[in-house]
Design a protein around this ligand. Structure first.
Ligand code: HEM
Length: 467
């Protein structure tokens, strides 16, 4: 077998990092035009083999864990933020059990009690707004979502502690979770020290809450409680220190992903008054009036609202590429017959297939209606034998060969998808009910790829409160 072609670079050491950093999607597409779906490029000291197209998605997401390791790709960075013995800092089979615990805590019963809590947080938040003004949508939704997610997932105690310094701890942790930390996970710098202190202080806060619930036999209906009640297969409970880390990981999993998605959705809607109107009409038609509060059940009926979220995740996926590291031995890419050396990273890029005209008609157009019309070729790819594999936390229900994978696929697929949709629908739906919105630029802004998730380069919008 042959070796994978390598993308040319003028700059030693930096390799293709500058081009990739500025606009990874265009970079990957231009390389694809020259080299095909499989090629290696250099990001500083890392060799990354891109595996594009639906076959690339399947190759990366379906790879054996002993060949292509997410832990070897991510743990250098995540262990300092989440802590020890969880997620990528433990055996793969243990992490799969931990994913099962989280998934079990995100069930229909908890979703039913989550919706009123999310709405209450939205009211508290939006009631402080002026009658009209201009606001940075990404930061605004970020500030709201830390409240809604911690209220729903972590419980009332931690939500109440947010204003007494816990929000600052999350902020400090977040400063250690940026692309620069992927290159240099640990340096003797103040930001890194703050990150480590924040992780330790958060653990103290969480442990107090856990102990308090245990001592007072207080039972809540949230992810924290669910983790306190979970048992590993060998019968052992989840140690408190692990509960703390899993809670932080879950909060981080949903925080920036959901903040950017709401920001992009509101920016797109700000340029599409017809869809805002259609969203309100749908609420009136399905719920009776705009005054009826959202519930878990009635949100399920709002299909256009759901398709607004789905279409935003297609055109603006917060995580457009996902990495694994080739471990133990070289890896054969069967479809092309190419060999990928051990030590390389392999990279799937659903963000590229999601804007490929082979799978989506007029792919650059934000068109929520495409999902109910179902005329895009993407639908031919969603089913596949691998959709029913259970990796230890239940089957994922979608083939890893699908061109539409904003939540990934296979053993590392997101378990927060349902909660993510629920929270996004409640928040965007509430925003559209309460405010009229307008863009501040003629077109929807371009993406900024230099952040951990793909954010709008300018997310200012104008709002006016509706009476
Ligand atoms: C995994 C996206 C919300 C927890 C993933 C992956 C993606 C993703 C792309 C796969 C990463 C990979 O294969 O390397 C998103 C998006 C969200 C979202 C777009 C919201 C719109 C959430 C929420 C939670 C969460 C709310 C927690 C409650 C996780 C976990 C994993 C994961 C635990 C598993 C990581 C692994 O197995 O390696 N997510 N996520 N996510 N996500 Fe999410």
């Amino acid at each position: 077998s042959k070796m994978v072609p390598t993308v040319f670079s003028y700059v030693p050491f930096m390799g293709n990092a500058i081009e990739f950093g500025k606009d990874p999607i265009s970079f990957l597409k231009s390389c694809q035009a020259i080299y095909g779906d499989v090629f290696t490029f250099q990001l500083m000291n890392k060799k990354v083999t891109a595996c594009l197209g639906p076959d690339g998605n399947q190759f990366v997401f379906n790879a054996r864990q002993t060949h292509a390791s997410a832990a070897a790709a991510y743990n250098d960075m995540t262990k300092y933020v989440f802590g020890k013995d969880i997620v990528f800092d433990t055996a793969h089979s243990i992490f799969m059990e931990q994913k099962r615990f989280i998934k079990a805590g995100l069930n229909v019963e908890t979703f039913k009690k989550d919706v009123p809590l999310i709405l209450e947080e939205c009211d508290l938040f939006f009631d402080k707004f002026e009658k009209s003004g201009e606001i940075d949508a990404y930061h605004m939704f970020g500030a709201l979502i830390i409240n809604t997610a911690s209220r729903a997932l972590l419980g009332p105690e931690i939500r109440n502690a947010l204003d007494d310094g816990v929000a600052q701890l999350y902020y400090d942790l977040d400063q250690g979770f940026r692309p620069i930390n992927f290159m240099f996970p640990n340096l003797p710098l103040p930001a890194y020290r703050k990150r480590d202190e924040a992780r330790e202080k958060l653990a103290v806060v969480y442990e107090k809450v856990i102990k308090n619930r245990r001592d007072n036999k207080e039972v809540h209906d949230d992810l924290l409680q669910s983790l306190m009640n979970s048992k590993y297969k060998d019968g052992s409970p989840v140690p408190d220190a692990q509960i703390c880390g899993i809670l932080t990981a879950a909060l981080f999993g949903g925080q920036h992903t959901s903040s950017t998605t709401s920001a992009w959705a509101s920016l797109e809607l700000a340029h599409r008054p017809d869809i805002v109107k259609a969203l309100r009409e749908e609420m009136i038609e399905k719920l009776g009036s705009l005054q009826v509060d959202f519930t878990y059940e009635n949100l399920d009926k709002l299909e256009l609202l759901e398709d607004v979220v789905r279409e935003t995740l297609r055109l603006h996926p917060p995580i457009f590429n996902m990495m694994r590291r080739v471990v133990n031995e070289d890896m054969l890419h069967e479809k092309s017959g190419l060999m990928i050396p051990q030590g390389n990273y392999i990279c799937a890029a659903p963000g590229v297939t999601q804007i490929d005209a082979t799978y989506f008609n007029e792919p650059m157009k934000w068109n929520p209606y495409r999902w109910s019309e179902k005329t895009d070729p993407v639908h031919q790819y969603e089913q596949g034998d691998d959709a029913n594999i259970d990796y230890g936390f239940g089957a994922v229900g979608i083939s890893s060969r699908s061109p539409f994978l904003p939540f990934g696929a296979g053993r590392h697929r997101c378990i927060g998808e349902k909660f993510g949709y629920l929270q996004l629908k409640a928040i965007i739906g509430t925003f559209v009910k309460k405010f009229d919105i307008e863009g501040t630029t003629p077109n929807v802004p371009k993406p900024d790829y230099t952040s951990m998730v793909v954010v709008p380069e300018n997310s200012k919008i104008k709002f006016t409160r509706r009476v």
